[in-house]
Design a binder for this molecule. Sequence first.
Ligand code: ZN
Length: 203
Amino acid sequence: MTFDDGPSSSTPAILDLLRNEEIKATFFVNGKTSLAAVSSLKRIASEGHTIGMHSYSHQYRIIYASVENFIEDLYKNYLYIKNSTGTAPNLLRFPGGSINTYNIKNYKLMTAEVLRRGFIYCDWNVSGGDTIKDAKASDIASNVINGVRVSWGPAIVLLHDNGNSELLLALPRIIQTLKADGYYHFSALNNSIQPPMFVYPEY
Ligand code: ZN
């Protein structure tokens, strides 16, 4: 499971749940500098989850205007994570995915540039749909459970750490149902993954 857009007011509850279920996840975070956010970021790291970059500002129009803008913003995000947790991130998730309507003209340059710098970017192959308006916990749970069950290789599940109480209700159902299936395990991403990518990188 991957959680984008945090840290948020939900982060402590998500972490409690992951700890109780004894599973690890990945958080692709933005640049949030409040004391609560930084303390959540440290807790994510100290509890063994992976932290990846997800842009500092999450402002699509700015970061996707040019490769330079994207890299400049990403570097802020990199420093924010490194300085807050003591560990430099090596994974990233592009806001909106590696190819989206905002970077359609320059996604090839952007994806090539992050790979050239030694980072791994990770899209997803299962979406929880938790940011769809009025999505209920039952919808989110069935999106994830059904998506994982039909996925071939490792399922990379997109969810959001954005204060959505429906997600908090859905998570126990997702975890318990998939554990009960008996052949899934939950793990944090690391730099040895073969991540799903929406586009095949061109060098
Ligand atoms: Zn995002």
